[in-house]
Design a protein around this ligand. Structure first.
Ligand code: MG
Length: 259
């Protein structure tokens, strides 16, 4: 494992990729409504990323065809945008967007409600977001890597949900996926010591039922094995001496609010 430590100057430079990634996610999320296709969301995202001076980080990555990942209901991650996938009232959709600006990558995700959703789905969204904030809050000098996953897992499992183990967060910088892997589970105070200058994408994938997932035949889409819904929230965060610094934001907020 070779973790690339970023200088304060480099972290500063990464903020622009983070800002564009966050803006695109927010604006694409605002378009989520019954009747729109995930391909329309994708086209909007690509246009906006380029207007903002960025390059879609996902498009062509390992052959992925889209600028966003769009994953509905029991789909966990890596859904390919399609004109045939039309959002319906009561769906939830996880959207993952990434932008490259000046050679630096930003990566973030959010799960949105399509119209009115069931209380059970609403709770899944709230708990998964809360687990992300808990993970971000643990991204501190003095903690170890698994403290992040432990924080995520504690929130999710207290609500009775399954924490996806087969897909994890990651280091990020000039490449979208760098060392280390950042699991969403683990024992407190284990793993490598967290150091200032590490930049991580923390991204809980939380299932309403079993934690088990299956890879679908297109080679990308991942679904829950039991067909129950799944949610995905992600932010890119830099570990600094002053605490976690969230980079995928349009209005810098230094401290995660975990409550
Ligand atoms: Mg990611």
């Amino acid at each position: 494992m070779s973790i690339i430590i970023k200088s304060p100057h480099q972290i500063e430079a990464m903020k622009e990729a983070g800002r564009v990634s966050a803006k695109v996610l927010r604006e694409v999320g605002a378009l989520v409504e019954p009747g729109i296709s995930t391909l329309e969301l994708d086209a909007f995202a690509e246009t906006l990323i380029r207007l903002e001076g960025g390059i879609p980080a996902f498009k062509g990555y390992g052959g992925f065809p889209g600028s966003i990942c769009a994953s509905i209901n029991e789909q966990v991650v890596h859904g390919i945008p399609s004109k045939n996938v039309i959002l319906k009232e009561g769906d939830i959709i996880s959207i993952d967007t990434g932008a490259i600006v000046d050679g630096w990558v930003g990566d973030n995700a959010w799960t949105f409600a399509v119209g009115k959703i069931s209380p059970a789905k609403q709770r899944l969204l709230e708990v998964t977001e809360k687990s992300m904030w808990a993970g971000l809050d643990a991204a501190r000098v003095g903690n170890r890597l698994r403290d992040i996953g432990h924080a995520v897992q504690t929130v999710a499992e207290a609500a009775g949900y399954g924490v996806v183990k087969d897909y994890v967060g990651h280091g990020i910088g000039r490449n979208m996926h760098e060392d280390p892997n950042v699991p969403n589970f683990g024992q407190k105070h284990t793993g490598i010591p967290l150091k200032a200058g590490m930049v991580l994408a923390i991204e809980p994938m939380i299932n309403m039922g079993t934690d088990k997932v299956k890879q679908m035949s297109d080679g990308w889409l991942v679904c829950t094995r039991d067909g129950k819904p799944s949610a995905h929230f992600e932010k890119t965060v830099a570990i600094t001496e002053e605490g976690p610094l969230i980079l995928t934001t349009e209005t810098e907020h230094r401290r995660p609010v975990n409550d």
